[in-house]
Design a protein around this ligand. Structure first.
Ligand SMILES: [Fe+2]
Ligand SMILES: [Fe+2]
Length: 112
């Protein structure tokens, strides 16, 4: 989990100052990386019958929806709107890691 989080953070940081079309490519890569990361976390939650899974997965879905929205805005030419979303994500992801992901990591450790 830690390694995939680092990849996402590095990508978010690097893409802030990328010009287009490299920014568009980075959005696609971000969507792919995050989908893989979140699928893995969702699998972990299923494996341990994690009770707060519904809430945690809903948070993942809203994150993926935001990235989808950023890509849609790019597609209609609203680069500013798209960049605003991407700029807001490191804070969101950090809060998620420090709360929901931390709780999950503790629960996984307890089942071992
Ligand atoms: Fe995570
Ligand atoms: Fe998570």
């Amino acid at each position: 989990m830690d390694q995939s989080h680092r990849i996402v953070f590095n990508l978010l940081e690097a893409m802030q100052c990328l010009p287009r079309p490299a920014f568009d490519d980075a959005c696609r890569r971000l969507a792919t990386e995050l989908a893989a990361d979140l699928t893995e976390e969702n699998r972990l939650m299923r494996d341990i019958n994690y009770v707060p899974a519904v809430v945690h997965q809903a948070a993942h879905n809203s994150l993926l929806a935001e990235i989808d929205r950023a890509q849609c805005l790019l597609a209609i030419g609203d680069e500013t709107g798209s960049r605003e979303i991407i700029r807001s994500l490191p804070e969101w992801v950090e809060a998620h890691i420090n709360t929901m992901d931390l709780a999950l990591a503790i629960a996984v450790t307890r089942t071992k």
